[in-house]
Design a binder for this molecule. Structure first.
Ligand SMILES: Cc1cc2nc3c(=O)[nH]c(=O)nc-3n(C[C@H](O)[C@H](O)[C@H](O)COP(=O)(O)O)c2cc1C
Length: 208
C-alpha cells in the first residue's frame, strides 16, 4: 500500500485522492436566488443526506481562489436562507455541466444552461423542471472548515421542507415512496471529468 501524508502533500494532490476515493458521489444541483432575486444554479458533489427525521441534507461549497472566494450559491443561501436541491438525471447531464461554469453572479444559470425554472411551493428559488426529484430546503446551519491560511470551505445543512417526485419515476405499488432507479437514471460524479450512470445495480439483503 502506498501512504500519503496530508501534512506533507499538496492540497491539489489530496483533492485528487479524495475525489478518486470517495466515489461515486451524488450530485446536488442547487438552485438559489440572490438578495435581488437573480437566479443561480450550480452542481455540488460533496453532497449527502444526513438525517431522515428530521429530513436534512448537506453539501459543501469550496473556497474559490481569486477575488470572489465564496461561491455564489453560498452567498445567496446566507442572504436568503433558502435553496432547492434538484437530482440530476442522464438526460440533462450536459446542461448541468453548462451550469457549473464560473460566471459572475449576475448571470442566470437557468438561461445559460437552457434548463427550465419551475416555481417552488414553499421557498422562493425555483426548481429545475427537467429534474425528476427535488427538495425544497431552508438553511439549518453552516459549518466552516478552514485551512491554516484561513481559506474556508462551508458545509451547508438544509431542512427539507418539501419533496417533489415525478410520478413517472415512482414504482407501481410502492405506496408513492419507492423511486425506480431505472427511470430516475441519476448520475454520480467520479474523479476529474468522469461520471457514472446508475444502471448497473445488484441487491443484497442485510443479515438479521
Ligand atoms: C458535477 C460537479 C460537481 C461539483 N461539486 C462541487 C462541490 O462539491 N463543491 C464546490 O464548491 N464546487 C463544486 N463544483 C463546482 C461548482 O459547480 C462551480 O464552482 C460553480 O461555478 C459554482 O457556482 P456558483 O458560484 O454559482 O455557486 C462541481 C462542479 C461539477 C460539474
Amino acid at each position: 500500500m502506498q501512504r500519503f501524508d496530508p501534512a506533507k502533500d499538496s492540497p491539489a494532490n489530496l483533492y485528487k485522492l479524495m475525489i478518486g476515493m470517495v466515489v461515486p458521489r451524488p450530485i446536488a444541483f442547487v438552485s438559489s436566488l440572490d438578495a435581488g432575486g437573480t437566479r443561480n444554479l450550480a452542481p455540488f458533489s460533496f453532497f449527502m443526506a444526513c438525517s431522515a427525521d428530521p429530513p436534512v441534507v448537506c453539501f459543501v461549497t469550496a473556497h474559490r481562489p481569486g477575488p470572489r472566494p465564496s461561491k455564489d450559491t453560498l452567498t445567496n443561501i446566507l442572504a436568503t436562507r433558502e435553496f432547492v436541491v434538484n437530482i440530476v438525471s442522464e438526460e440533462f447531464a450536459e446542461k448541468m455541466n453548462a451550469a457549473s461554469a464560473s460566471v459572475p453572479p449576475a448571470v442566470d444559470e437557468f438561461t445559460l444552461s437552457g434548463l427550465t425554472p419551475l416555481p417552488s411551493e414553499i421557498v422562493r428559488p425555483p426548481r429545475v423542471a427537467e429534474s425528476h426529484a427535488q427538495m425544497e430546503c431552508r438553511l439549518r446551519q453552516t459549518v466552516p472548515i478552514s485551512n491554516e491560511s484561513g481559506d474556508t470551505n462551508t458545509v451547508i445543512f438544509g431542512d427539507v421542507l418539501c419533496f417533489h417526485v415525478d410520478e413517472a419515476v415512482l414504482l407501481e405499488g410502492g405506496g408513492g415512496y419507492k423511486i425506480d432507479p431505472e427511470k430516475l437514471r441519476a448520475i454520480g460524479r467520479m474523479g476529474g471529468p468522469t461520471y457514472t450512470r446508475t444502471r448497473d445495480r445488484f441487491d443484497m439483503v442485510r443479515p438479521k
